[in-house]
Design a protein around this ligand. Structure first.
Ligand code: SF4
Length: 236
């Protein structure tokens, strides 16, 4: 898998290779089971039921790094943060920030396009309870690292959605940029920022999960602040 990731010469080749990955038996079984049983509201739909590649432009200044696709969101529609409540909140904010051409993300053919931005997850398959195992995170890391290598020429800012993505950034920093992360590691927090020479700035943002958005832990204004800062750092 690591060598397949390294061989991908373009984002298109990488996306195709990711979509065909079967490296994590537990996640392969789960993504397929969810796709077969479906949620009642989507029982007439065909679920993607495979790994979900990155989405966005090929020369982004900003990247959003998430945790993993949602079982009935990305795992259903085949596009990250598409078809679930998390995506509703995220894309409304991206549209307000001028980073998306529309405020909704409902299906892979809905016309959504991003500006200056690419979105991907640390783990590309939907995990049970949204909790990947450390071994699954490590299995999937080469896909993330190769994607970062391919967008390295333009990338200036990474927005980590949640602590899992924040943690996934440190090995990526070493693998892709050859830079050792700070010791001790900076703590994740909403609005936390890490700037280090030779690597993109890292911004922390609470995850757009319903747990956070329904409880008011993460508000639209807080998301707006993060994307305003990301654009400032990226000089957009
Ligand atoms: S989580 Fe990543 S490494 Fe594991 S099967 Fe899915 S795409 Fe492959």
């Amino acid at each position: 898998m690591r060598s397949e990731a390294a061989r991908a010469a373009s984002l298109g080749a990488l996306d195709a290779a990711i979509s065909d990955c079967f490296a994590c038996p537990r996640l392969v079984a789960w993504r397929e089971e969810v796709a077969a049983t479906k949620r009642a509201a989507f029982r007439d739909q065909h679920y993607w039921g495979r790994p979900v590649p990155g989405f966005g432009v090929a020369d982004p200044e900003i990247a959003i790094l998430g945790l993993a696709p949602a079982a009935h969101g990305g795992n259903r529609t085949g596009r990250i943060f598409t078809g679930d409540r998390s995506g509703d909140v995220l894309f409304a904010a991206l549209h307000r920030a001028g980073l998306a051409n529309q405020p909704t993300s409902v299906s892979a053919d809905d016309g959504l396009a991003l500006n200056h931005l690419r979105i991907f997850a640390a783990v590309r398959c939907a995990p049970p309870d949204n909790k990947p195992l450390p071994s699954e995170r490590d299995n999937c890391a080469p896909w993330l690292h190769r994607e970062l290598e391919l967008i390295r020429p333009t990338l200036k800012v990474v927005v980590a959605l949640g602590a899992f993505a924040w943690q996934a950034w440190w090995p990526a920093m070493t693998a892709v940029y050859g830079v050792r992360p700070p010791v001790p590691r900076p703590k994740f927090g909403h609005g936390a920022k890490v700037s280090q020479p030779g690597v993109p700035d890292l911004l922390g943002c609470f995850h757009v999960s319903q747990q956070n958005t329904f409880t008011g832990k993460l508000t639209p204004a807080m998301l707006d602040d993060v994307f305003t800062e990301a654009k400032r750092l990226a000089r957009i």
